[in-house]
Design a protein around this ligand. Structure first.
Ligand code: ADP
Ligand code: MG
Length: 255
């Protein structure tokens, strides 16, 4: 069967996700204002900012869960597709992990991971299962494979969600406050998986309030306020010498 020839993978350090003059409104609310952001291959970009500043919306535009009003977004040099099979492929290429896990409640842990492999990637059942088990092993929950999500702790569920996204071999992983719904003792088991992933060279955009993780894992910190990217810097610079008043104010409240 003829398969479409995949575009050549970009080299490390090349722009992978590029937002160019992106604007987005929800009614009268200007939720993304002239957002320009380049995420390079292998880079870990941590997005921080106050509640309501547009962080989730930014993530959601990158896998087209939200449309934009103007500007452009490209993945690997290709504008995001609007619909159809190309959109399904985009969603597989852009893995997303939400605060609320979003696992299929009535499917086993294993099925949660194999489903996309079979339906989107068209991988046969046996092979899909093998790959899923390897991923569950990697995030430390393979012993839970036959259970339903509700039988797992929050930290375990979030690790399943990460395995499910990874199964699709995404080009980039988006994490939107992946530990915000977790009890404190479960936060590190999820951050450890994310740190390992970053170390393996995964391109990641991470919205988080975990400043320890940001310092440790980020190549770059992006600070948003009021729908704008107010400041962008390496973590050392951002946390020790933020340039903007708004970033200083935000940091003084959370650190
Ligand atoms: P953050 O993730 O930084 O807290 P969001 O991107 O979720 O911010 O939201 C930015 C702003 O857009 C907020 O004022 C929020 O209330 C508003 N908003 C988000 N989603 C919607 C929506 N679907 N409809 C209307 N307003 C929305
Ligand atoms: Mg949010």
């Amino acid at each position: 069967m003829a398969q479409p020839v995949p575009a050549p993978a970009s080299q490390p350090g090349e722009p992978l996700v590029v937002l160019d003059h992106v604007d987005k409104h929800f009614g009268a609310l200007h939720v993304l204002q002239d957002v320009n952001l380049t995420v390079r291959r292998g880079e870990v970009v941590v997005v921080i900012g106050p509640s309501g500043s547009g962080k989730s919306t930014l993530c959601r535009t990158i896998n087209r869960l939200e449309t934009i009003d103007s500007g452009s977004i490209t993945l690997d040099g290709v504008p995001l597709p609007a619909e159809g099979k190309a959109l399904a492929r985009l969603r597989a290429d852009v893995g997303m992990v939400f605060q609320s896990f979003n696992l299929f409640a009535h499917r086993t842990v294993l099925d949660n991971v194999t489903l996309g492999l079979r339906k989107v990637r068209r991988i046969p059942g046996g092979q899909a299962k093998e790959r899923a088990m390897a991923l569950l092993e990697r995030v430390g929950v393979s012993s839970q494979a036959a259970k339903l999500p509700a039988q797992l702790s929050g930290g375990q569920q979030q690790r399943v969600a990460i395995a499910r996204a990874l199964a699709m071999e995404p080009k980039v992983m988006l994490f939107d406050e992946p530990t915000s719904a977790l009890d404190p003792e479960m936060i590190n088991e999820v951050l450890d998986v994310m740190t390992a992933l970053a170390g393996e060279g995964m391109t990641m955009v991470v919205v988080t309030h975990e400043m320890g993780f940001a310092r440790r894992a980020a190549d770059r910190v992006v600070f948003m306020d009021g729908g704008r990217i107010v400041e962008e810097a390496d973590p050392e610079t951002f946390f020790t010498a933020p340039r903007s008043e708004r970033a200083r104010d935000f940091l003084s409240k959370i650190l």
